[in-house]
Design a protein around this ligand. Structure first.
Ligand code: NAD
Length: 334
């Protein structure tokens, strides 16, 4: 079976989804949609498919599709996802949304609840852990190679001068960080405590330090920034994940580029550069979207979707708890 897909929101990332879908053998991109007519027209021409100017118009057309990417943006890069997602879920379509699922928890809850009520697959593009190196590291964890995990620390930063809202950095970037940490902790976050700092000449909280306690006792931290990433065009890295166990530790750099295992009682390191042939974060769009496609073709049950809407809601709640911690000066229980 091949999967017929549509995309709503033909900005930068909508076009990334379109290019990925065009490259996948078992996918046919049949429709694109943007409320800005020229963006829809341009994409329809580029990908040889039907273009629409609203979700309603697309739903009322005779174009048939099986699943839809929602790649809108809006306030804090998530404010616009709610409306088209609700329209599409109500019409009975599986949705792959962009992150953050929403910048408002109540709206994210509504989207997740509707997908559940309609028994529809709902995924979110939490793409950073869809890499061969992350899969290998997860296997090490599952096989007990690290022993008992004690600490998980993540640094994630980019340069982003956007000043549109006080917590834009936290809400828009760190769904990724918390998703990756949750994946390796295999446990929910129980408590958070956060400090924020405004970068030089900035109006927004563009730097953050978070302390985390997981339900299974793991402790950890997130160091995040919109004022970092060093070297031209991020030469020196987007993220560093450091997972420390009783028998060993791994460090995963830039999601896929460099993975090293450090044994605790031995000196021989195991290092993989560009493991599985993946050499840049940008390739994670294809690896994550491929899993979404495979899971739809295999008709997996909605609760089996990897990086689901529910996962995205959970990380957004951690983010809100961090903001609450900073605003109240307290440790917040989740
Ligand atoms: N997963 C990742 O690694 C990653 C990386 C960067 C950005 N993103 C996310 O991708 C999303 C899109 O980012 P972008 O930079 O492409 O934004 P963008 O503003 O360039 O594009 C969004 C498009 O959606 C359209 N749109 C808004 N509401 C619509 C609606 N109801 N119907 C149809 N079209 C509508 C807008 O007109 C616009 O063209 C954001 O949520 C962002 O956080 C994800």
């Amino acid at each position: 079976m091949s999967l017929k897909v549509a995309i709503v929101g033909m900005g930068n990332i909508g076009n990334v989804h379109a290019r990925v879908y065009s490259e996948l053998a078992d996918v046919e991109l049949v429709a694109v949609c943007d409320i800005i007519e020229e963006k829809s027209d341009k994409a329809a021409e580029a990908y040889g498919c039907q273009g629409f100017y609203s979700v309603e118009e697309m739903l009322n057309s005779n174009v048939e599709f099986d699943a839809v990417s929602v790649t809108t943006a809006g306030t804090e890069n998530g404010g616009d996802h709610h409306e088209p997602t609700i329209q599409l879920l109500n019409a009975g379509y599986p949705v792959l949304g962009e992150k953050p699922i929403s910048n408002e928890i109540s709206k994210a809850e509504e989207m997740v609840a509707l997908a559940k009520e309609k028994n529809l697959r709902y995924g979110v593009n939490l793409n950073h852990r869809f890499t061969p190196a992350a899969e290998l590291a997860k296997k090490w964890v599952d096989d007990g190679r690290l022993g008992e995990i004690n600490m998980i620390d993540m640094t994630m930063w980019i340069n982003n001068p956007n000043e549109s809202s006080p917590h834009f950095h936290m809400r828009a970037l760190h769904p990724h960080s918390f998703d990756v940490m949750r994946y390796f902790a295999q446990s929910e976050v129980a408590k958070v405590q956060a400090f924020f700092k405004k970068g030089k000449d900035r109006a927004i909280w563009s730097n953050v330090q978070v302390n985390l306690l997981y339900e299974n006792g793991i402790i950890g931290s997130l160091r995040g920034s919109y004022d970092a990433n060093f070297g031209a065009a991020g030469t020196y890295g987007l993220e560093t994940l450091d997972v420390v166990g009783s028998d060993g530790r791994f460090v995963l750099k830039d999601a896929c580029e460099d993975l090293t295992f450090y044994p605790r009682f031995d000196t021989e390191l195991e290092n993989h550069v560009n493991y599985g042939g993946m050499s840049h974060f940008s390739q994670t769009f294809k690896s994550r979207i491929s899993v979404w496609v495979e899971q739809n073709i295999a008709e997996v049950a909605p609760e089996g979707i990897d990086a689901s809407g529910e996962d995205a809601l959970t990380v957004q709640k951690i983010i809100e708890a961090c903001i609450e911690s900073w605003e109240t000066g307290k440790v917040i229980d989740l």
